[in-house]
Design a protein around this ligand. Structure first.
Ligand SMILES: [Zn+2]
Length: 75
């Protein structure tokens, strides 16, 4: 299967290809920018990854975060 680009956004809960050593594999996106900061929901540890690296390591989105703005018409 080709590597699909995943559309992620702030506050999304994501699964990574490799779980955190604490055993949890749920991460929340807490900062978006040139670097993405994600926080492990198991132990609260946070890591920062360059966007390109994050894109490679993400497996799927588990939950879409609630956004302040409503952009549903953008589809
Ligand atoms: Zn952890």
């Amino acid at each position: 299967m080709p590597n699909q680009r995943i559309n992620f956004d702030l506050n999304d809960v994501v699964e990574m290809k490799k779980p955190h050593p604490c055993g949890e594999n749920k991460w929340k996106i807490i900062r978006m920018g040139a670097d993405i900061r994600i926080k492990c929901l198991g132990c609260g540890h946070s890591v920062m990854l360059p966007r390109s690296e994050f894109q490679r390591k993400i497996k799927r989105i588990l939950e879409h975060g609630v956004k302040a703005e409503e952009n549903d018409e953008r589809k």
